[in-house]
Structures are given as C-alpha cells and as structure tokens.
Design a protein around this ligand. Sequence first.
Ligand SMILES: NC(=O)c1ccc[n+]([C@@H]2O[C@H](COP(=O)([O-])OP(=O)(O)OC[C@H]3O[C@@H](n4cnc5c(N)ncnc54)[C@H](OP(=O)(O)O)[C@@H]3O)[C@@H](O)[C@H]2O)c1
Length: 241
Amino acid sequence: MSNKKHILIVGAGSGIGMTVSETIKDRYHLSLTTRDVSKLNSLNLTDAEFFTADVLKNEDIESLAKNCKDIDGLLYCPGIAPVIPAHHIKEKSLREVMSVNFEGAVLLIGALLKSKKINKGASLLFISSQAVRHPFFGSSVYSASKAAIEAYALSLSKELQSKKIRVNCLAPAYVESPMLDEARMHLSDSFIENMKKMHPDAFAESENIASIIKFLLSGESKSINGQVLQAGSFNINIPSL
Ligand SMILES: NC(=O)c1ccc[n+]([C@@H]2O[C@H](COP(=O)([O-])OP(=O)(O)OC[C@H]3O[C@@H](n4cnc5c(N)ncnc54)[C@H](OP(=O)(O)O)[C@@H]3O)[C@@H](O)[C@H]2O)c1
C-alpha cells in the first residue's frame, strides 16, 4: 500500500459512489465496496482494494470493518428510494429502506470504531437528500431514513469531536444517476422537463456532486464539522408552468 491517505467508499458500484471513486482515485488509496465487484473493473484502479458488501447483511459489515485498513475518510453512498404511498407501506420495504439508507451506516461506523480503524483527522460523510426538507409523493419512508442519517451524523460529530474525526452529511436535490433513471421510468418526460424549468438549480450531474464530496473528504474542509450541506435548491412559490 502507498503512503497516500485511505478512503473507504461504500456503494461504489454505480452513480455518485462510482463517480467519486473516479474523481479521487489518483489522490488516495481507495477501498471500494459494492454487491458486485465486476462493476468496479471499468475504473482501472491500481491503488485500490475491492470488497463485496451487502449492507443488509450484518456479516458483510463485520467482515468489511475487520478486513479494511485504517481509514482517513469514509463516504457512505448506499441508498434505495422506492416510491410508496403511506397506505401501501409494508414491513418488508420499510425495514429494507431503513437498513440500507440508515442502519447499515450506523452498524459499520460502530464496527469501525470498535476496532479502532478510524484515524485521527478522518472525515466521515453520509449522503442524505433534499427529500428530508422537500418530500415528494410516496417519499415518506425514504425521507424518514435520510432524516435519521442526518440526526445520527450530527450526534456522531459531537461524540467524535475530541478524536478530531469530522462527520458531515451532504443533501443533494436531484442527481443524474441510475437512481434518477429509475425514477424517470415512473414519470413522463414532460413532467421532468417542467421540473427542470421550475427548479433549474435542483438538478446536478454526478461530477458536480463528486467535486463537493472530494472537498469534504479532504483536509481543505477541516473547519466543516457536524453540518448538513445542501446541494441544489428548489424554487418555491412560483406558479406551475
Ligand atoms: N440520484 C439522486 O437524485 C439522489 C438525490 C439525493 C440523494 N441521493 C443519494 O445518493 C446516494 C447514491 O445514489 P445514486 O444517485 O448514486 O444512485 P445509484 O446509482 O442507484 O446508487 C445506489 C447505491 O446504493 C448501493 N446499494 C443499494 N442497495 C445496497 C445494499 N443492500 N448493500 C450495499 N449497497 C447497496 C448500490 O451499490 P451496488 O454497487 O452494490 O449496486 C449503489 O452504489 C444514495 O444514498 C441516494 O439516496 C441520490
């Protein structure tokens, strides 16, 4: 392993996690996780380790914490965003969304802390969503899971302050990624176009989000701690088109 700082990216197999891996691969030694490591081949990495991890499986989380090297930064990307109106919420989907979006992060951080794998000066970053403050129809479980990760991160930042470990959340609006492609399958093109016209600052490319994440993982952001940073915004009180 090189002398470079070590960043663990959980959920690097697509979307934001993959773009961040591509963006920071020359600067850091990377440990990347996904449920299917063949997805990482396209990254052409020379200074990286790959782990198979399904955050729904506690044994995968324990094994990741045991086998990864000490970290200087962590990005937790796993997220699922099913659209479920309140009267259709079933226990299975409720548990799955909370596990992937929130509990997996909590269990992983617990296991890393227990095995003293988080270095002094490290930056821990969780991806939340604007859906906490701007929920959409059927987002109650998703929005609640992201509100939970925000509350967890803010509390964790207080606990780890004395160890000089920073904890933040980034809450994007819409990001071009497979998650948004999936949402498009349920929405008409005209709906998306109208959304873009009404809220031009709400849509970002994953590269834009990756540069913010690169900054937040680096020492250049060392005075940012215990924050939920908003990326992208929604216009309010404007008439529909
Ligand atoms: N796209 C948006 O508009 C948007 C807006 C706000 C916030 N976000 C958040 O950004 C994060 C990344 O999403 P994305 O936009 O990049 O979408 P994406 O391409 O669909 O990525 C979802 C990620 O979740 C991981 N994942 C899902 N279930 C998992 C499980 N059981 N175990 C481990 N990993 C699992 C996937 O990992 P694999 O490699 O294993 O498939 C993948 O890396 C999510 O937390 C999402 O909620 C997205």
